[in-house]
Write a protein that binds this ligand. Structure first.
Ligand code: CS2
Length: 474
């Protein structure tokens, strides 16, 4: 629960369930051990729902930690305030400019960076970026808010804040630094140089499975607590946070509560993005097509368990640098157990969202390493093929799929065009979708080994269905 008079020292951009079950918990626990001015002002970049739920309950909320053995509830009090950016961008800029705010943490999801997922560079044609360059005081995007606030701090002689990305991107600090520098440079080259020289953007690897809260979850938490909580969050017991220790203006003592402060986060990021998130995306597309609504449903099917184990052991593991002290065997065994957690209803549909932003770091980077080493990647190719089938918008029973993706319309149009062409064969669909360079870059679409593997996988998927296809590659 909240320490009274907690001062705000962190602004968090992207106030979703994940932040509330992860960084907010680490911060509260660290402050219990070592008090400090590190309360969190949570900012929603889009909808008012979280603020509307939390403000009337003094920004307190419950984290329900669930697994097969039962449930543990705790109330978290590290949020001091909640703001909704589109309602009052000026208030968000004002908080970001306060000298007492020394860290900005971020979970805006992959698409919130408005970058090109294949290269990591700022997408300068993104309509919201174009808007923010022209409307400095009324921004919509992460880059628009942070760069305007940094410019104001610079003008007022206030130290810049440290920017800590907590999104599932490789070298997420580097990606954040790149988009901030470029956005600032487009405003003014001097500002661009100052941002590049003065703003620390440490990388971090975050991990905890936190499915979207359902009405049923709310009701069960209310029954257990004996009071209503308008928006509790559900999480697994496992939690991990590995942070590059680069905070020139200070930070909470997160390490006192289990965060690992290191000099190089990259091996941890690759391990997690490729093993956990890569498997997650394959299970999401293949599982959804096979009729599994949740990850734990899919993992109740032995075919999915073997597929995931072999994907990790045979195709992903050889591409990894093992992080210092990590035991990959144990890590992977724990992942299979975590995916099977029957108390979490983690929808395959939820993980399938925004695939165009996720595929590069989850599957395609691994595939590039396999190609370079002359090694096979049939399971990864099946994951890519399942995504191709999924974005076409029809499942194996011919039912429509509600595809959520910033590129959804374009992906659907490409799929429809390929299907309309004479024959409508799988090769046409593969070549149409490989034309999306933001996802596949310039190399994969012209690589014959890659094209052949994905086409073969898609043929298999169409002819045999997902359940059978995962067994055929075994
Ligand atoms: C998931 C992640 O939704 C998704 O794409 O793969 O949110 C995953 O649950 C987290 O990264 C786990 O740390």
């Amino acid at each position: 629960m909240r320490a009274s008079g907690l001062e705000t020292g962190i602004v968090h951009m992207g106030l979703g369930a994940f932040h509330r079950a992860h960084q907010a918990v680490y911060t509260e626990d660290a402050l219990k051990r070592q008090p400090g001015p590190w309360g969190i002002c949570g900012v929603s970049l889009r909808s008012p729902e979280t603020r509307d739920a939390l403000a009337p309950q003094d920004n307190l909320y419950t984290v329900a930690i669930r697994d097969a053995s039962g449930e543990r509830l705790r109330v978290v009090g590290s949020l001091t305030e909640t703001l909704v950016a589109p309602e009052d961008p000026a208030a968000v800029l004002e908080r970001l400019t306060r000298p007492a705010v020394r860290i900005v943490t971020i979970t805006v999801t992959e698409k919130g960076y408005c970058h090109d997922p294949a290269t990591g560079a700022l997408n300068e044609r993104h309509p919201d970026i174009v808007h923010d360059l022209q409307n400095r005081g009324q921004p919509r995007t992460l880059a628009g808010f942070l760069v305007e606030a940094l410019a104001r701090r610079r003008a007022a002689g206030v130290e810049p804040f440290t920017v800590l990305s907590c999104d599932n991107l490789p070298s997420n600090g580097h990606v954040a630094a790149g988009i901030l520098r470029r956005f600032a440079e487009l405003r003014d080259p001097e500002l661009g140089r100052w941002v590049a020289d003065r703003v620390a953007c440490p990388s971090s690897m975050v991990d905890r499975i936190v499915p979207a809260t359902t009405a049923e979850d709310r009701a069960s938490v209310a029954a257990a607590l004996g009071v209503e909580d308008a928006w509790p969050v559900m999480a697994e017991p496992f939690t991990q946070w590995v942070i590059e220790d680069n905070f020139p203006t200070g930070r909470p003592a997160w390490e006192l509560e289990g965060a690992e402060l290191v000099t190089d986060v990259r091996p941890y990021e690759f391990m997690k993005l490729r093993l956990l998130n890569g498997s997650h995306s394959c299970i999401a597309y293949l599982g959804y097509l096979a009729g599994h609504a949740t990850v734990s449903d899919a993992m109740a099917d032995p075919g999915f368990v073997s597929f995931t184990r072999e994907l990790m052991d045979e195709e992903v593991t050889p591409t990894l640098d093992v992080p210092p002290g990590a035991d990959l065997g144990r890590y992977k065994a724990a992942l299979l157990e975590r995916f099977a957690n029957p108390a979490l209803k983690h929808r395959t549909w939820q993980i399938a969202m925004d695939g165009s932003q996720k595929l590069p770091q989850r599957l395609l980077g691994t595939i590039r390493d396999r190609l370079a080493a002359g090694q096979g990647f049939d399971r990864l190719a099946l994951g890519v093929a399942a995504w191709m089938r999924y974005v076409g918008g029809r499942d194996e029973a011919g039912q429509p799929i509600d595809v959520r993706d910033p590129l959804a319309e374009r992906l659907k149009a490409l799929s429809d065009q390929a299907a309309d062409q004479a024959g409508g064969d799988t090769g046409k669909l593969v070549s149409a979708l490989l034309g999306v360079r933001e996802v596949f870059g310039d190399d994969l679409p012209t690589n014959p080994t890659f094209i052949a593997a994905v086409t073969r996988a898609l043929d298999r998927l169409v002819a045999r269905g997902a359940r059978q296809a995962i067994q055929d590659v075994g």
